[in-house]
Design a protein around this ligand. Structure first.
Ligand SMILES: Nc1ncnc2c1ncn2[C@@H]1O[C@H](COP(=O)(O)OP(=O)(O)OP(=O)(O)O)[C@@H](O)[C@H]1O
Length: 676
């Protein structure tokens, strides 16, 4: 008998029920015993005077009127009677449970659980409480196919049969330091607490256990990927130095620091899995360019995967220029789905033969027929745009190259420890010199004419402007129509300046043409839907107008604004919107108040809660049963330190004190295969 017995070992659990349970993530007895309730109903009885209106409560008293059964139509019914609780005569009603009537006898003692209505001194009964103890009833997350009560019963069974098998997992010294309950008591009190206090203590121990196991797994994954899949990239330091020396600008300290971090990772025989976060416009591309050059100088290829075709083209041409200007003759190729069949075949062939040094691509890079000669480094740009699966595919396909993921959507510090636990984080926390703060203004839509007049004045001084049209999520065609309307209007109003239009319905070549024209100042105003959101880098564009800005989230607005202020000229962002909710107003004010993406990320988290913050789901943010990684950040940090400390000890995995932990981890790694 073991906690890792399949759930079908329990009486009453056949194949069918096992399948239903599996959907709740319950496969083994252990899974069931750690399927914890999300709340408890307090069944301890109270007096009406101690109870708030609308509260769930148990009243215990004497039945003071005979039961009356009313039927409405075929299925509906109401049983009503009075219960004398202390000095209050409470009107109790049970809906659609006609059989209750049989249990009601005048003068008898009874305890009823239900929802209290203080105004009418009545109780809407949910159940009659038979057991006469003061206890809490565990309420479990159930599903359509399995009732909460069934789960209660299964848990009770499992506990009865398997309590003796519950052994300690968290090592004794940690349990002592953090005053954790013995595991068997923790599990007991989670499901069958005697008091709210007992439940609370059990929850604390269970949360620590959950965080600690999570952090242990992350450490193990780090250790194992470092041990087995390393790739030593012995780059040529002179090549790198020379390249950096030829750049038209001085690297910022932050860029230098981050480049050093990446280079020393590459040189180590360990596998690199690094996340580079840096605010919009902070200069991440050059870091990627250096890292890729390092890989190439050591005889490997390098790849960079980006979310859109426009971005792929831009990166390919930037990288070519950067290398070319430094006198390096590297072959940089583009692999996107827009490529013609023959051209694609050629690229694939050359890639496999090792004739291509750098491949820049979209999702097209992770198609099954893409094979590398010897990929040393894969860069993933805007990594939150790719799912865990896609990132894994790239790694597998290329025999586990070193990974440098980049993001301009900073994740709040409070979430990073959990979401990116398995990655090492580098941060560019400084913008290139000479950048001026983008002046951001929020105006109401009745100011739109003013805004357009003002743009015209700025165009006369040589500026260029983006005008982003409202995002209409429900319909792409409305989205495009809208952009066309604005385009038509501005085309005539802004004469003699030239206006162009960019939206998702254009072909890739058309899009590229529009971007090129704007980039070369052939057009001065670019009316666009959100196609341009990420990465577009045109220095002379200094004005960003976002219409109906309240349709966008904070992260997206920040990304959009980041398209300007990329050179040394004063830039402006104008948010035009009439938000109808406080949340909308809060977002406008937040964006107008700061241009710091890290501050905004925290604000976003505060305004929306963790579930919604952009990119978190995709970032592989794991879900926790008991602990709340944001609320219990301190505990998560402690768990992380403990896991690092344990795994760095010599022979920790054969140490007797860790036997329970080691066994548990070896039997449960399957749950975390997604990280692989
Ligand atoms: N140290 C530097 N000094 C001056 N300009 C720089 C420096 N580093 C990068 N730049 C320039 O700043 C601009 C923005 O850099 P880059 O495109 O790499 O930003 P990014 O971090 O990728 O931003 P985003 O996420 O918004 O795309 C580019 O035009 C680049 O040439």
């Amino acid at each position: 008998m073991s906690l890792f017995d399949l759930i079908t070992k329990l009486p009453g659990v056949g194949e069918k029920r096992a399948l239903v349970l599996k959907q709740l993530g319950i496969r083994t007895i252990e899974d069931l015993l750690t399927y914890y309730p999300y709340r408890y109903d307090d069944l301890a009885s109270r007096l009406p005077s101690q109870t708030d209106d609308g509260q769930k409560v148990t009243f215990k008293g004497t039945i003071s009127s005979p039961a009356l059964l009313l039927r409405f139509g075929y299925k509906k019914s109401r049983v009503s009677f009075h219960l004398l609780v202390g000095h209050d005569n409470i009107a109790v009603s049970f809906f659609n449970q006609p059989w209750i009537k049989e249990q009601i006898e005048l003068g008898q003692e009874m305890a009823v659980f239900g929802v209290f209505d203080a105004v009418h001194a009545s109780l809407s009964g949910q159940k009659i409480i038979h057991a006469d103890n003061d206890s809490l009833a565990a309420i479990y997350p159930a599903s359509q196919s399995i009732h909460e009560k069934t789960i209660q019963q299964l848990v009770a069974h499992a506990y009865q049969q398997y309590a003796d098998e519950i052994v300690e997992i968290v090592p004794a010294d940690l349990r002592q330091t953090f005053r954790l309950l013995p595991r068997v008591q923790q599990i007991h009190d989670m499901h069958f607490p005697d008091s709210a206090q007992a439940a609370k203590l059990a929850r604390r121990s269970a949360a620590f256990e959950e965080f600690f196991l999570f952090q242990m797994r992350i450490q193990l994954l780090k250790i194992s990927s470092a041990k087995h899949q390393g790739r030593q990239i012995n780059y040529d330091a002179a090549v790198i130095e020379n390249f950096i020396a030829q750049l038209p600008y001085q690297l910022t300290h932050a860029q230098e620091k981050v480049i050093q971090e990446v280079l020393s990772d590459l040189k180590r025989p360990l596998h690199m899995n690094r996340l580079l976060q840096g605010d919009v416009g902070s200069g991440k591309t050059i870091v990627a360019a250096v890292a890729m050059l390092a890989s190439i100088s050591a005889g490997f290829q390098a790849a960079i995967m980006v979310p859109t075709e426009i971005l792929a083209q831009q990166h390919a041409s930037n990288l070519s220029n950067l290398y070319e200007n430094a006198g390096l003759h590297l072959r940089v190729e583009l692999l996107t789905s827009g490529l013609k069949a023959a051209a694609r075949r050629q690229v694939l062939q050359d890639l496999e033969n090792g004739e291509i040094d750098v491949i820049v691509g979209t999702h097209a890079l992770i198609q099954p027929d893409v094979r590398f000669h010897h990929l040393g480094l894969a860069v993933i740009d805007e990594q939150h745009r790719f799912g865990v699966k896609q990132r894994a595919t790239l790694r597998k396909q290329a025999e586990n190259p070193d990974i440098l993921a980049m993001t301009a959507t900073p994740i709040p510090r409070t979430l990073a420890i959990t979401a990116y636990g398995e990655m090492t984080i580098s941060t560019i926390d400084e913008l290139p010199q000479g950048r001026q703060k983008i002046i951001t203004k929020w105006v109401k839509s009745n100011q739109t004419d003013h805004v357009f007049d003002w743009i015209k004045g700025q165009l006369a001084k040589g500026a260029q402007a983006y005008v982003v049209t409202p995002l209409i999520e429900e319909s792409e065609s409305l989205d495009v129509q809208n952009a066309e309307l604005i385009y038509d209007r501005l085309k005539s109003e802004l004469l003699p300046y030239r206006v162009s239009l960019l939206h998702g319905r254009l072909t890739n070549d058309e899009k590229q043409q529009v971007i090129d024209d704007f980039s070369n100042n052939k057009t001065q105003v670019l009316v666009t839907t959100t196609v341009i959101e990420v990465g577009v880098d045109i220095k002379n564009a200094t004005i960003m107008v976002i219409l109906d800005a309240d349709r966008f989230g904070i992260a997206q607005l920040h990304q959009l604004r980041g398209r300007v202020g990329r050179g040394d000229k004063q830039s402006y962002a104008i948010l035009v919107s009439d938000p109808k909710t406080q949340y909308g107003i809060d977002r406008m004010e937040a964006i107008a108040a700061t241009t710091d993406g890290f501050v905004l990320a925290e604000k976003d988290l505060e305004l929306r809660g963790p579930g919604d913050v952009i990119g978190i789901k995709q970032a592989g943010m794991p879900e926790f049963n008991v602990g709340d990684p944001i609320h219990d950040l301190k505990m998560m940090e402690t768990a992380q330190q403990s896991a690092i400390e344990i795994t760095s000890r010599e022979n920790w995995d054969t140490d007797k004190n860790n036997a329970g932990l080691v066994k548990y981890l070896s039997l449960t790694m399957y749950r975390y295969k997604d990280f692989d």
